[in-house]
Design a binder for this molecule. Structure first.
Ligand SMILES: N[C@@H](CCC(=O)N[C@@H](CS)C(=O)NCC(=O)O)C(=O)O
Length: 212
């Protein structure tokens, strides 16, 4: 049994989707970020940096933080979505997600979606960063159905919940359907997977994957 410390954010959803895809048994412990529960002493024992997601594998008595490390751990535990022959490319796109997709789109959420008008410089800076991210993703998908080739992997699982927040990424200036067609095809392909639909709504609140 895996215990997932979760909030309904892109980083949280990466892991709930992975758990549904691998069919590993899990339970969710909610961390309410608005109430600052990530800084509660019991949670800081699990992640001293105070961020979700984190897991405890109760069978092995292992606590793990950082979504990339958790995805690799669950892929190895289940022997799925991290094929040996594609491993190098999967790691490349997983690292790209962790270092570029998440941090840049996450900043755009803060400046454009949650605090518009407070820093036009930052809105512009992260708009440009988002365009760069979307262009790189779209270009990679010109060659392949999935980020690391013709097989769905943890690279796709890590990127998907960020693209799912596309309506927070200046939709008046970033038109995915017109300008990022390969990414849209990939998004629709991944959106239709039953485990992705289930993992996206892991709290069973009827949360639907946003359509482009
Ligand atoms: N590098 C971390 C980032 C995790 C992260 O940024 N989590 C956010 C939610 S998406 C969080 O816990 N935010 C609360 C805070 O920063 O206090 C990972 O990939 O797991």
């Amino acid at each position: 049994m895996i215990e997932l410390f979760y909030a309904s954010t892109p980083n949280g959803k990466k892991i709930s989707i992975m758990l549904e895809e691998t069919k590993i048994k899990y339970k969710i412990t909610l961390i309410n970020l608005k109430k600052k529960e990530q800084f509660s002493p019991p949670f800081l024992k699990i992640n001293p940096y105070g961020k979700i997601p984190a897991i405890i594998d109760h069978e092995k008595n292992i606590t793990l933080t950082e979504s990339g490390a958790i995805l690799i751990y669950l892929a190895k535990k289940s022997n799925q979505f991290l094929s040996k022959e594609k491993e190098t490319r999967i790691f490349e796109w997983l690292m790209f997600q962790i270092s570029n997709v998440g941090p840049n789109l996450g900043q755009l959420h803060h400046y454009y979606h949650f605090n518009p008008g407070k820093s036009l410089y930052s809105e512009e800076r992260f708009y440009e960063a988002a365009v760069r991210v979307y262009s790189a993703l779209n270009n990679q998908l010109k060659k392949n159905q999935y980020f690391a080739g013709d097989e769905y992997s943890i690279a796709d699982i890590s990127i998907f919940p960020w693209v799912a927040r596309h309506d927070w990424h200046m939709p008046d200036r970033i038109n995915l359907r017109n300008d990022y067609k390969f990414l849209v095809d990939w998004y629709e392909r991944v959106s239709s997977r039953p485990a992705v639909i289930k993992g996206y709504d892991c709290l069973k609140e009827g949360e639907k994957i946003p359509k482009i």
